[in-house]
Design a binder for this molecule. Structure first.
Ligand code: NOJ
Length: 516
């Protein structure tokens, strides 16, 4: 699954912003790489206060991206190339410029008066309780017309919808049907854990671990706003709507720690197919921490649940900046060989790093409203570098955010370099298709030692071992037996017979098909 922020992918009309026609022009690249599916961040009509996650019309395409006809063309072309497409579904909130909110805010007794979360002022005339917006300050905003507050988990211009209202649920179901009828293959559900908030409006307790380094919005433990049992019923409802169509996928952004993730799959009633798992981004990058993070994740999954691993996204700092370029290759090998659906964000395949954004070009509200906490998301959202020119092959105009100054790190250059990270991804994706064991095989944990993280995959027919040297020095990889080395992360040798234990070069990962 390849996440694309359309606005940063490919501009076709010189306005400095990516668009659907631009994306259409790059399908050959996706096919070359071997992408199985793309997920597009919101493309809908939006005043764009939060990267399009503030939607003014859920059944439209924002003019800066094109129109519905462009979307239909794109969808057909992707499908013709064997690539599936899922869209971001943002059921928790709309823009304050959505017609629904316009009506709702008008009076206390209009037909949509109960479509958002309205509440009376607290005893002192202030907000009804202490709930905080993720972007800072109270999550309640005063509305003079109704003389009431409305709730916004995010920006004041992103009012939360009232999921207790059956009409709201049906309205979002219609949005889903609108896109499913057009042929989309599923959705990534935004903020799925916060769809319902406590109806008693109880105050969130202060987080005892918060200190002066904690961003103010995280000063409280969100017991009464996040991950409520009632929110799970909403996810089940969304899944029921989806299941009226064949072969569709529901992924979802979930909050909380790894041990809560299993819960988002559902049990008697299914919820998400793939609650997004950020364990590889959250862990410290060493063999001991990694084996624990991965085990904790697998342990948290219900039986039969299909895993997934995410290494990048529009809200996450670029992983190559964290682990470094040498280990980015090790990560690629891990991602493509571990059991579960791999998710990467466009640019991860060339090792894109955080792009420094001058303060006068900041766009992300997180950075504007909560300075000093390293929360800004523009550095990972910078346009993709296709080549080393000024516009990076992304645009002929002035790009919406600066491109990386590391001009050499671009797709064209890496396509031409047989040993690049990009070619490593391509080889790994091809190998995954070739070896059913890498797709379906069970996961066999092994003990991490000598800075080598190692695991096996096994089906009735095949056993594959993966050894990943997580240090910058040569290391001995302890395993017994013999087999064929299918791939080394350095792409510097062909398949070769090997006998364990084997020596790994610094930062080297190796995949071995074991003789049985
Ligand atoms: C989650 C999205 O991933 C993030 O980018 C956005 O800011 C919030 N939801 C609000 O929609």
């Amino acid at each position: 699954m390849y996440e694309i922020a359309v606005v940063s992918f490919q501009d076709s009309n010189g306005d400095g912003q990516g668009d659907l026609v631009g994306l259409l022009q790059r399908i050959d690249y996706l096919t070359w790489l071997g992408v199985g599916a793309v997920w597009l961040t919101p493309i809908y009509k939006s005043p764009n206060h939060d990267f399009g996650y503030d939607i003014a019309d859920f059944c439209s395409v924002d003019p800066r991206f094109g129109n519905l006809e462009d979307f239909d063309k794109l969808l057909r072309a992707l499908h013709d190339s064997g690539i599936r497409i899922i869209l971001d579904l943002v059921p928790n909130h709309s823009s304050d410029q959505h017609a629904w909110f316009d009506e709702s805010r008008g009076s206390r007794n209009n037909p949509k008066s109960d479509w958002y979360l309205w509440a009376e002022a607290g005893a002192n005339g202030g907000p009804p309780n202490n709930w905080l917006s993720r972007f800072g300050g109270s999550a309640w905003e005063w509305c003079e017309e109704r003389r009431q507050f409305y709730y916004h988990s995010f920006l004041p211009s992103q009012p939360d919808l009232n999921w207790r209202n059956p009409e709201v649920r049906e309205a979002i179901a219609s949005v889903m049907r609108f896109w499913l009828e057009r042929g989309v293959d599923g959705f990534r559900v935004d903020a799925s854990a916060v769809l319902i908030k406590d109806d008693l409006l109880r105050d969130n307790p202060p987080d005892p671990e918060a200190d002066d380094k904690t961003p103010p919005p995280q000063a409280c433990t969100p017991v009464f706003t996040d991950d409520r049992p009632e929110a799970m019923r909403c996810i089940e409802y969304i899944r029921e709507v989806l299941d009226q169509y064949d072969g569709k996928l529901l992924c979802g952004e979930v909050q909380g720690k790894t041990d809560r993730i299993g819960h988002f799959y559902g049990n008697s009633r299914p919820r998400l197919h793939l609650p997004l798992n950020f364990a590889l981004l959250d862990t410290e990058w060493n063999a001991i921490a990694l084996q624990a993070a991965i085990d904790a994740y697998f342990n948290a999954l219900p039986q039969e649940a299909w895993p997934d691993f995410v290494i990048g996204g529009h809200d996450k700092h670029r992983v190559a900046s964290k682990v470094g370029q040498a280990q980015a290759r090790v990560l690629a090998m891990l991602l493509m060989t571990i059991r579960g659906t791999p998710f990467l964000f466009a640019g991860d395949e060339i090792g894109s790093e955080q792009v420094p954004i001058p303060s006068d070009r900041v766009q992300d509200p997180f950075e504007k409203l909560l300075k000093g906490f390293d929360l800004g998301r523009d550095p990972e959202r910078a346009p993709l570098r296709w080549d080393d020119t000024d516009g990076g092959g992304f645009t002929d105009g002035a790009p919406r955010l600066p491109l990386s100054r590391d001009r050499a790190r671009n797709i064209k250059a890496q396509q031409g370099d047989g040993k690049s990270l990009l070619n490593l991804y391509r080889e790994l994706i091809a190998l995954r298709r070739l070896e059913p064991c890498l797709l379906q095989g069970e996961y066999l944990p092994r003990r991490a030692q000598n800075d080598v993280f190692s695991f096996g995959r096994r089906t009735n027919e095949t056993e594959i071992l993966v050894g990943l040297n997580m240090s910058g020095e040569p290391r001995l990889w302890e395993w017994e037996g013999c087999g064929v080395r299918l791939l080394s992360s350095g792409l510097d040798s062909g398949p070769e017979k090997v006998t364990g234990p084997t020596h790994l070069k610094p930062n080297e990962g190796v995949i071995v098909k074991v003789n049985r």
